[in-house]
Design a protein around this ligand. Structure first.
Ligand code: WT7
Length: 629
């Protein structure tokens, strides 16, 4: 991490937008637009909201009862209506909405009209099962179009979707199904990962066994012969939709109706169910997609995220569809079957907007420049990065291999924020490694623990000073945990990131300030991994830290104290890794596990991860006066 911070601090380059980029941009003068938006944020957001369709108007843009926000008070709307009908009722009916490419090269194309019909069938099928407004549906699918269909179908009838990333294991899936008390689970027989078949149905079987709320399991069957289904609880997706009508009116919902729950990691072992709502979330994802990526009618938009994470929710599904964009959705990894995979897709489909992650860029960087050079990337116009800080080396490489004239939007945001909050716009001068400045209508700052603004270049906590439409409304079933975000530092929303602002007001995000780590951009709580380790029969205690990693940004390192009678061995360490894999999933498996005789603790018994980390990195351990041993 420190190496990363050092290079970030040394970084001084400024890259001006090309005349072409600037002339094309929706927002040509950021400073002026920003000032106007901040002078009257409610007028700004109200104006944005008017670009979308509402069934009935709001009486007030914002009702702010700290820390509880209601946006577009009294209005009714439906985000799925705005994603689909708003386009399908115009010439866009036959415009391509989604081009999907499977890992095996299979291609499926949905126009806005066809996507609407599919969503309507699915919405009617959900209704036929008795699903109603407010009921929860867990979606555990690989990156296939049915995922989008299922999400929008829930939204259409006012049901709440809870998408669980298909890399999570059965216990992790079960705890999310149970917390949400989902009535229906939608899954697939298998997913594909670098040519390997992943048995998703098996994971769901295990999870559902301990989840009494689940009445039905709908299965998308990709393999033939099809996996056996146990009727009447298990239903085949195709049969489920077949008999349903392709017409289904979108439910007129109060703007504050929950749209989805998305579980994310915090500082305790229990994931947090972040709740987003129809109205405000629709406004935030719509306008950020439009302005940040300068989206135009003829663009082909490619975001590499998985819909299992918030980037997939906001910037594969909702934001781009709200804008009537053509979206490329590709299953699989960037280097399978070879490291030309994404460059090939960009060339083949004429992608103009490409939104990816620093980890993927660093991975592709390892394979060398010859790969991107082989393909015609001239259709690219705007690039994006998200999920973790992008180091200037990776930034430079990405910029150079794509032609040195496509601006990179380094977008900073979180599951909780719903949409992008700090980011360049294409017309804004760039500094490699900086997410630049706040989006329109957003007041961001760097403060100390008491909430005082810090002078330029001092490191502190990133905060947001006013509510914004796409902010989470609560943590599902745990409002107190929601309140923490708005009470950790007085009078503002604390993001949990360390940041500094330079003399131009550019923000440099430097990683998490809490016990959350970002491994390949995936958010993992150290406490989650620790509790998985401790549930292994041989483990007495465990402590987990994030450690700098060349491609993944951070890697998981665990320190483990064994119970009496167990001995350090290669086999034991492997069985600990296998255990975490089984409990949580691949993304949470520690890269390194050290067996240790003791752990640094405070007198009250709290493990001092900070000390472990400093020692691991060979740094000064700082103040250890509270240490017990
Ligand atoms: C955390 C949120 C944002 C959607 C995907 C991740 C880190 C995110 C950046 C960026 C530096 C970033 C922060 C943040 N992060 N984007 N551009 N520069 N750090 O959402 O899983 O909720 O993670 O990701 O640490 O707090 P998430």
């Amino acid at each position: 991490m420190d190496e990363k911070i050092d290079t970030l601090l040394k970084e001084g380059r400024v890259i001006q937008p090309t005349a072409r980029t600037k002339a094309a941009a929706h927002i040509q003068d950021y400073d002026q637009a920003y000032k106007a938006s901040i002078a009257d944020p409610e007028a700004f957001w109200g104006g944005v909201a008017k670009e979308l369709d509402w069934f009935s108007p709001w009486s007030k843009v914002l009702d702010w009862n700290y820390p509880w926000a209601k946006w577009f008070v009294g209005a009714t709307c439906n985000i799925a209506y705005n994603c689909l009908d708003r386009h399908a009722n115009t010439w866009r009916r036959n415009k391509v909405a989604i081009i999907w490419v499977g890992e095996n090269g299979e291609e499926r194309i949905f126009t806005y009209g066809e996507l609407l019909r599919q969503v309507n069938r699915c919405a009617n099928a959900l209704k036929a099962l008795g699903l109603q407004k407010g009921d929860r549906v867990t979606i555990y699918l690989p990156k296939i179009p049915e995922q989008v269909v299922a999400m929008l179908a829930c939204a259409r009838i006012g049901a709440i979707h809870s998408v669980v990333y298909s890399g999570f294991s059965a216990p992790a899936l079960a705890s999310r199904i149970q917390d949400a008390e989902a009535r229906v689970v939608i899954t697939a027989d298998v997913g594909y990962d670098r040519g390997k078949t992943i048995n998703l149905k098996g994971v769901v079987d295990d999870a559902v066994r301990t989840s009494p709320s689940v009445e039905k399991v709908v299965v998308v069957r990709r393999e033939s012969p099809g996996v056996a289904l146990a009727a009447p609880k298990e239903i085949d997706w195709v049969e489920w939709l077949q008999t349903q009508s392709a017409v289904c009116q979108a439910e007129a919902l109060d703007a504050e109706t929950p749209l989805y729950i998305l579980y994310t990691s915090g500082t305790t072992g229990k994931p947090k169910g972040v709740v987003h709502v129809h109205g405000g979330y629709m406004v935030g994802t719509y306008i950020t997609t439009k302005y940040v990526f300068d989206l135009k009618e003829e663009d082909v938009y490619f975001c590499v995220a998985d819909p299992g994470w918030v980037t997939g929710h906001s910037y594969i599904v909702y934001g781009p569809l709200l804008n009537g964009a053509t979206i490329l959705m590709a299953e699989g990894k960037p280097d399978y079957p070879n490291p030309g995979r994404w460059w090939d897709l960009i060339a083949r489909y004429g992608v103009s907007i490409f939104y990816t992650t620093p980890t993927a860029v660093r991975l592709l960087m390892k394979y060398g420049e010859d790969w991107p050079r082989k393909y015609d990337l001239s259709t690219l116009r705007i690039l994006g990065s998200v999920g973790e800080p992008i180091n200037p080396e990776a930034w430079e490489w990405f910029y150079r291999v794509t032609g040195s004239d496509k601006p990179i939007m380094d977008t900073w945001w979180q599951t909780e924020t719903g949409s992008i909050l700090v980011t360049p716009l294409p017309s804004v001068p760039l500094k490699p490694g900086s997410a630049t400045r706040p989006f329109l209508g957003i007041e961001a700052d760097v403060v100390d623990k008491e909430g005082n603004s810090l002078p330029n270049n001092a490191g502190g906590f990133a905060v947001i000073k006013k509510p914004w439409p796409s902010m989470m409304r609560t943590i599902y079933k745990d409002p107190d945990r929601y309140k923490v975000y708005w009470s950790t530092i007085p009078n503002c929303y604390t993001a949990g990131d360390v940041c500094r602002k330079d003399n131009d007001g550019y923000m440099w995000f430097m990683g998490r300030a809490d016990d959350v780590i970002k491994v390949a951009g995936n958010r993992i709580g150290t406490a989650e991994v620790e509790s998985a380790l401790v549930s292994h029969e041989a483990v007495a205690e465990a402590a987990v830290i994030g450690k700098p990693h060349r491609t993944a940004g951070e890697a998981i390192k665990a320190f483990v104290i064994l119970k009496q009678g167990y001995q350090d061995s290669k086999e034991l360490v492997q069985s600990l890794k296998d255990h975490v894999l089984k409990e949580l999933g691949k993304i949470a498996v520690p890269q390194e596990i050290d067996i240790v005789p003791s752990l640094p603790k405070t007198r009250s018994g709290k493990i001092m991860r900070r000390v472990l980390k400093a020692k691991e990195l060979g740094q000064d351990v700082g103040d250890i006066s509270t240490i017990e041993d």
